[in-house]
Each structure stands twice: as C-alpha cells, then as structure tokens.
Design a protein around this ligand. Sequence first.
Ligand code: GDP
Ligand code: IMO
Ligand code: MG
Length: 424
Amino acid sequence: MNTILVGAQWGDEGKGKIIDLLAAESDYIVRYQGGANAGHTVRFEKKEFILHLIPSGILHRGKRCVIGNGVVVDPEALFQEIANLHRSGIRVDGRLFISEQAHLIMPYHKLIDRLQEESAHHGKIGTTKRGIGPCYADKMARLGIRMVDLIDGELFKERLAQVLSEKNRILNKIFDHPGLPFEEVYAKYAEYADRIKPFVTDTTFLLAQALKKKKRILFEGAQGTLLDVDHGTYPFVTSSNATAGGALTGSGVGPSQVRDILGVVKAYTTRVGEGPFPTEFGPDLMELVRNKGEEFGATTGRPRRCGWFDAVVVRHSVRVNGLNRIAVMKLDVLDVLPSIRIATAYKWGRQTLKTFPSNLRVLRECVPVYEEHPGWLCDTQGVKRYRDLPRKAQRYLARLSKLLDTPISIVSVGSHRDQTIFVR
Ligand code: GDP
Ligand code: IMO
Ligand code: MG
C-alpha cells in the first residue's frame, strides 16, 4: 500500500515521528515539496535527529529516499545534513536520490527572502528565511535553475549569468543592496555540482520502476494543509502545495497509485510565524502548553504559538486532502489540563460558520464556538494500548473523530518510537 502523509494543521504536527514509524514497512520514502524550511524530528535510543531536506525514512538502513521534483534544494543545507547523518553512522550513498528536475535554492533566494521580511513595504510573513518563497516564485516565472542544469556545467554558467544579472538589478534598485559577484556564486555551485551529481537522477522513472515491482512508497509531506499556498491562510502560507495533491505533481506519480492518505494532527494546535489563528491561547495557557509540549521550532528555534484543537481547521484538511485516517499526536501534553476545549464552529457577527473561511478579515474577526471536555489529569506517556488510556482521554479522542468524521488510526503519547498506540 502506498501512503501520502500530510500535516493537517499549520505544520510541526509530528510528521517526522510517524514517517519514521511507517518507514519500517515502506520501500521508498519521498519528499515532494518544500525544502529546508521543514524540521522533522525523530527520536529513538536517546538520540534525536532533525531532518530538513532528506526524507525522515533515512534513519532506517536500506530504505531508499527520494527528494522529488517538487522540492527546492539548497545544496549547502543538503551537505550539512548528510555530514550530520554520517557523524551518527548513517550513510546515504546509494539510497538517496534527488530529482534532476528539482529546483535549486540560490544565494539570492535566501538573501531576498531575508530582505523582503525586513522590508516595511512587503508584509511580514515570518518565514524561515530559507529562500523558499523566492525560489518557487522563480520556478513559476521560469527563471529557476534545476539540478539537471547545474550538473550540465555549460548550461548552468549561461543560465546563472542571465538570471544573476536580473537579480542583481533587483537587489540594487529595490533593496538598495549590493549585487552578488558572478564568479563567487559560480565557483561555489560548480563545486556543489561535482558533489551532488552522484545523487541526481530521473526519479519519476525510478518510482515508476518501483511501482511496477510492487514496492511500497510513503510520501512525506512537509509543512501542513493550512500553510498550503492554495488551501492555507494565504498570504500567510509557504509557497508550495503541502496537501495530498502536491505529492503527485511533486513526485511524478499518478493518482491511481495512492488510496491511503493519512493526516497528522496535534491534540491541540500550533503555528509558527505570522497569520490568523482563531483558537490561539491567552498568555497563561500559552506558557503552560508551550513548555509542556516543548513548542519551539525545529528549524528556527522560534517559540510556537499554541491554541485549542480546531475542528473547523481539521475538517477543512480532511476535505482538501481526502484524508481517510488520522494520527493524533502529543495527547500527553494535555495530561496537565483540568479542562480541554475544542472549537467546533466560528461565530462571525450573527452567522455561524462551520467551514473554514478563505477571507482573512472574516478569519480575524470570527470567534470560535467551543465545547468543553473534562481533562484526565494523569500521565499517559507510558500507555501502550488504546483501552488503557484514561476514559476521559478516550472520550476526547472519540469526539475528535466524530467531529472530523474520520477514524483515528494512531495516537501518540510521547516523542519516542515506542510511545505510540496503533488503533485497530
Ligand atoms: P514535524 O515537523 O511535523 O515533523 O514535527 P516537529 O518535529 O517539528 O515537531 C514535533 C515535536 O513534537 C518534536 O519535538 C517531536 O519529538 C515531538 N513529539 C512528537 N510526537 C510527540 C508526542 O506524542 N508527545 C510529545 N510530548 N512530543 C511529541
Ligand atoms: P514542518 O515540515 C511549521 C511557516 C513559517 C512561515 C511560513 C512561510 O517542520 O512542519 P517559508 O520559510 O516556508 O516561506 O515560511 O510557513 N513554515 C512552517 N511552520 N512547520 C514547518 O515545516 C514550516 N515550514 C514553513 O514559519 O510562517
Ligand atoms: Mg517541524
């Protein structure tokens, strides 16, 4: 069975942990969008790994990992990550494949990302400053540089000369910033080209061959549905399709190949960066849940904003991804709360909204309609079976499943592999 795993909130739901678990039964793990803006944490045997660009399946020896055509690759971040893995004894050679069609993050993408964020004219998004938005913008504007161009050498030189002169004009005239010297950028990337070449291939062909042999593919979504450029809280989104559709366009695998679409949610909600968040906590709960849940960004270290579970948000995710099952993460973080809320709808003036509004003004003005559930006030981190969860926790989960009209197939009660309950 092939599975697409997506974040069903604003990212950081715990995708890395579930990918790592499901990777054990998969042959290929494929990243299909985003780039080094992602931070996927995997913990086992007292070790912690944070993967940004390389699929989280890499920690399982022998599994093949693919960086698909929909991903934007920063070679600097890639080599740093490979070096980190090597230090822990994990080799990537022969089992990491990078699409020749994947676009490259260039130094001007990172620079422009930062300058745009600092500029008073350009509304602040709170990006990770990894150059993601500017790189995808170039891809769509047909100004991008792909892996296949980089490793050709000649083509890269031509393309860089053409694009860099335009970028330098933008840097000078719009941002009042010195341009980047061609020779410097060229030399750096020419060196990357030699090192990256052994990994670069036609990954659509590789995956098609794998499917013919009935190999199992696990698609690893990054970010989350509400950060999707089409289905999220635009413009406070990332610049790619994090939703299930992106897994197909971002890997070159057809829709007939996948039927299982797993959404990952936290038992509450978090978000990093700017943008609307209807169920966001006030200061006291914010501090409590942030500390208990260790809610600090895996990529930028920024404190995450925290709030109640929002069923309006996740129902939206169920719909736009076609989720057939859900993993509920970090249930243990709620262990300390005497009372737990779930938003079931929004009030906007006299109207009750049951579907997630696209209009940002409506979203800012609406007030969540909450239902209140009693907390279980005991430690769930050691629980191994669903039936051993406190009754009140079971009722909370059953209520989430009902509100989402989707079965829960995994419940996570801690960051380690063995703190996971598979629900029959
Ligand atoms: P991702 O981006 O979706 O992969 O999620 P992140 O790795 O950015 O953030 C999830 C964080 O929660 C990581 O620090 C995980 O180790 C941690 N985590 C995952 N599942 C659980 C859980 O069930 N309980 C607790 N307490 N922590 C968890
Ligand atoms: P994972 O895969 C949470 C957020 C940023 C910002 C917005 C745009 O770990 O869940 P970008 O740098 O992508 O242009 O920033 O998206 N963002 C994430 N938030 N988890 C992520 O990835 C994120 N990747 C980007 O904080 O609000
Ligand atoms: Mg993350």
